[in-house]
Each structure stands twice: as C-alpha cells, then as structure tokens.
Design a protein around this ligand. Structure first.
Ligand code: CP
Length: 312
C-alpha cells in the first residue's frame, strides 16, 4: 500500500500508485453514496476550512458535500466578505483560521502556486481546489475516474483536450494525470490558445477539431476563460465556435462513438452545443457526481496521514 497523502497540491507530484489508491477508495465511497445511508463518520473528529478566494460552484459544493458525508465539521470562508479586503496577508488569514483548531484546508486561489506557498508557511494539510492557471488536481482525478468508469480503464485510451489550454489549470492537471495512468493525450485549439512548448510534455498537438475527434476515444471540451484573457486570442466567440465548437453534426461525421466531457462551467453554444452537452455521449453530469466520491477519498487519505502522524 502506498503512503497516505500529506497534501494534495497538484497531480505532478502524485505517483500512479497514489492515484490508483484514491480511485479504489473512491469506489467504496461511491458505493456508499448510492446506498440509503450516504454517510460515514470517518472524519468525525476533523474540522475542514474551505477557503475560496475565487468563484466556484461545482468544486465548492462538491468539497462541502464530501466533508459532510464524511462527518467532518466544516467552516466556509469567502474572500469577498473577509478581512483579506482590509489588507491582511494570506498567511496571517490562514494562521488565524488554524488557531481555531482547524485540521485541513481546501483552498481555491487565483494565484498559480498559492497552495504550494501556503504548504511551506503554515502547519496544516492543504488540498488545492484550483490555483490560477497552475493545477486543479481533484478535477483531473474525477475526470480520469469518470473515464475509467465509462471505458473500464484509462490505460491506452486516446484523450483530446480541446480549447483554451493556455489559461487552463484543468488541462495541465489532466495531462499529468492521464499520462501517469497510461493514456495518450492530445491538445487541440487555435495556435494562440495552445502553449508554445506544450509538446515537450509528451502531448500531441492538433489545430483541426475534426482530425482530433477522429483520433480520440474521449474529448474533454474546455471553456474559453475570458476572465483570464488580457488580450484577444481570436476574433470573436462566434468564429471560435465555428472552428472549435463541438456540435451534433460534427459528431455525426465521425465513423465512431466518442465520450464527451467538460469540467464546467459550460458556455453553451460556444465550446459545446446543448445537444452534445445533454446528449447520449456526454458524461458531464457523471463527472460532477463522481467528484464527491473522489474528494471524499482524498480527504479520507489525508485524515489517515494525520492519524498515522499523531501515533508516531
Ligand atoms: N470545474 C470547476 O472547477 O468548476 P467550478 O469553477 O464551478 O468549481
């Protein structure tokens, strides 16, 4: 058995063994979530603070539900109503929260590397819930878990990540996670939204959507992240959609069925049509469902680490 988790800061530092352990633990929690009980007291003696310095719907609700299903006490922090607005530093804010006997932190922050920075400066276990354009490890874990569930295995599968790869933490974490699990990964999008040196990560690069879809077993469609774009990367959303938006008529041209994914939030009619997002090939809502079991697994393994440390 691999060691329990100390932090979850990114997928880059996670072994394949640890990812498999998270998946196997998530399998048990998924079974529990589908039973009438839905809860276990595994984290009954733990307090988790959810620190969200950036907007979120799925990740925030999913972590909160995962913590509640595990019986933890939780506290939710939102930067918009906190003393951060009065100039308090991140470290001071977090140390004040920790002094109230909080055991773990789940943090989303707009600055890339914010979770790693915090892990070096405070004494708590940290889960990265998305840090700027850097990583979103639990999203990548739930995405890979959903592929495993749908196709039986991630190993040997061809996965294309389509769209705004340049500004996407989901893309980077997915690349690391899928490659560790033995998938073949391609990125597809306009040249302006594909990082120049991304091929050095061992991914294929394609600028034609139909070619990419012909190649893949799974297409993960990314949102255009206008909030992170300081310049124009394409003439208009309409033009982006005409070249890289996925609709039913493109799917009908393929000589095979492919699995369609999206991390959310969706811009319907931009990167994906409603017909495809809600269609039979889409596993978008299964991804969201699996997020709770995967996050329960991560929190459970972090708690196991803390219990082992307290015994030694
Ligand atoms: N996928 C994802 O991170 O969604 P939220 O921004 O709503 O949490």
């Amino acid at each position: 058995m691999p060691a329990t988790l100390k932090h979850l800061l990114g997928i880059k530092g996670l072994s394949e063994e640890s990812i498999q352990q998270i998946f196997e633990t998530a399998d048990n929690f998924k079974q529990l979530l589908n039973s009438p009980v839905k809860k276990t007291p595994s984290l009954r003696d733990f307090t988790v603070a959810n620190l969200f310095f950036e907007n979120s719907t799925r990740t925030r609700v999913s972590f909160e539900l995962a913590e509640k299903r595990l019986g933890a006490d939780i506290v939710n922090f939102s930067s918009s109503t906190s003393s951060v607005k009065k100039g308090e530093t991140l470290i001071d804010t977090v140390n004040n929260i920790l002094s109230m006997k909080v055991d773990m932190l789940v943090m989303r922050h707009p600055a890339p590397g914010a979770c790693m920075f915090l892990a070096r400066h405070v004494n708590a276990q940290i889960v990265n819930a998305g840090d700027g354009t850097h990583e979103h490890p639990t999203q990548a874990l739930l995405d890979a878990y959903s592929i495993r569930e749908k196709l039986g295995s991630v190993y040997g599968k061809k996965v294309v990540i389509v769209g705004d790869v340049l500004h996407s933490r989901v893309a980077l974490s997915n690349i690391f996670c899928l490659q560790k699990l033995g998938a073949d990964v391609m990125v597809c999008g306009p040249k302006t939204l594909i990082p120049r040196h991304i091929a050095e990560l061992g991914v294929k690069v394609e600028h034609n959507l139909v070619n990419a879809l012909q190649w893949c077993d799974v297409a993960n469609m990314l949102r255009i992240q206008l909030e992170r774009q300081d310049i124009k990367y394409f003439p208009s959303l309409r033009e982006y959609s005409m070249q890289f938006g996925l609709n039913q008529s493109i799917l009908n041209q393929l000589d095979k069925e492919i699995v369609i994914m999206h991390p959310g939030p969706i811009n319907r009619g931009v990167e994906i049509s409603s017909e495809v997002a809600d269609g039979n090939n889409s596993i978008i809502l299964q991804q969201v469902e699996n997020g709770v079991a995967v996050r329960m697994a991560v929190l459970y393994l972090l708690a196991q680490h803390q219990l082992e440390q307290s015994k030694s």
